[in-house]
Design a protein around this ligand. Structure first.
Ligand SMILES: NC(=O)c1ccc[n+]([C@@H]2O[C@H](COP(=O)([O-])OP(=O)(O)OC[C@H]3O[C@@H](n4cnc5c(N)ncnc54)[C@H](OP(=O)(O)O)[C@@H]3O)[C@@H](O)[C@H]2O)c1
Length: 309
């Protein structure tokens, strides 16, 4: 069975609904089984086996500390959740001979530090995180790989979806409340619908037919390691918000005008600098899983149409 950790978060909620819809055998937990407590994690796995006779052969970790600015004043908690927590779950996965999926972020790449050339980041590009959150996510990746050879680490970016606080629904609310909004136009990335990422995680699990991590992977099965997954294409936050505005107006989700103005990151001082370019190259996951990845524009439209229903 699959153990989905962090099942009440934005991605975790989407994933638990998809697992249920596809008839996958899974158990979901959130804060009640604290990932920073190795004994609690092990007790849960043992109880599943002893009481229900169920062996956990996948762990999917969607739990984490995701408040990027708050992390600057709360480094200890952030690192416990994003470094120690994934390390504990990875170690348990290895003990159980289970495969482990962990989520990471485009923010592991900070200011571009290679040749200055801006091109989508590959999985093995050198990381260069800025700030407490980004560094904790990079260190979490390292800890996971130290604790199990059977991990898939999926780096994603700019997530939005139906559940939890997210950028698209926040923007829609602001557009309803205000006549003008200013949005930064000097950060490039790839907005990603949680539904598409959750679907890809399901496909990854489906592609790997071997139940334990000790079996050697056959040719058509993705190898362990780091994968990038975002919706295809890239944009700035400003152009993303303009697209949200126009599509929402077209669909009748927004019934009043709102002017969307570009501004620079300097006009929005925050505790931590966001990368100005954090586009990820999706080719590894696309080729190994043989999947079609929707563009951010296509997925935004599908998401807004769903919101309308
Ligand atoms: N959101 C993005 O734009 C984005 C971008 C790139 C990568 N990611 C990564 O994708 C993953 C999922 O992100 P998300 O936005 O879905 O996160 P999220 O909504 O913040 O969900 C995280 C979940 O983990 C729970 N949690 C907190 N502490 C815990 C603990 N000690 N033990 C167990 N569960 C605990 C949280 O509970 P509380 O809500 O009660 O704290 C929450 O339900 C994260 O690894 C994140 O770093 C996210």
């Amino acid at each position: 069975m699959i153990w989905l950790i962090g099942n009440k978060g934005m991605l975790g909620t989407e994933l638990s609904l998809l697992f249920a819809e596809r008839g996958l055998d899974f158990a979901g937990t959130d804060r009640e089984i604290d990932i920073t407590d190795p004994a609690a994690l092990e007790a849960f796995a043992n109880a599943k086996e002893a009481e229900e006779g169920k062996r956990i052969n996948w762990l999917v970790n969607c739990a984490g500390y995701t408040a990027v600015d708050k992390a600057e004043d709360d480094a200890e908690t952030c690192r416990r959740l994003n470094v120690d927590g994934p390390g504990n779950t990875a170690a348990l996965a290895y003990k159980l001979h289970a495969r482990f999926i962990h989520l990471s972020t485009d923010y592991v790449f900070g200011t571009y530090n290679r040749t200055g050339e801006k091109r989508p980041y590959l999985e093995d590009d050198v990381t260069n995180p800025i700030g407490v959150y980004a560094t904790s996510k990079r260190d979490g990746e390292v800890r996971v790989m130290e604790n199990t050879p059977c991990a898939y680490i999926i780096r994603t970016a700019w997530l939005y979806g139906k559940y939890g606080n997210n950028f698209v629904t926040t923007m829609l609310r602001l557009m309803r409340e205000r006549d003008t909004i200013s949005v930064v136009n000097d950060q490039r990335g790839s907005p990603t619908w949680t539904h598409d990422l959750a679907d890809t995680i399901c496909k990854m699990i489906d592609a790997v037919k071997h139940p334990t991590c000790l079996a050697p992977p056959p040719h058509n099965v993705p190898f362990f390691g780091i994968y990038h997954y975002t919706n295809d294409g890239d944009t700035t936050w400003f152009d993303f918000v303009r697209a949200i505005y126009h599509k929402a107006r077209e669909l009748g989700l927004l019934t009043k005008d709102c002017e969307v103005k570009p501004c620079s990151s300097e006009e929005y001082p925050s505790k931590v600098t966001r990368p100005d370019y954090s586009v990820l190259d999706n080719d590894r996951i696309r080729n190994e899983l043989g999947i079609l990845i929707p563009t951010w524009e296509e997925s935004l439209e599908r998401f807004l149409k769903e919101l309308k229903q």
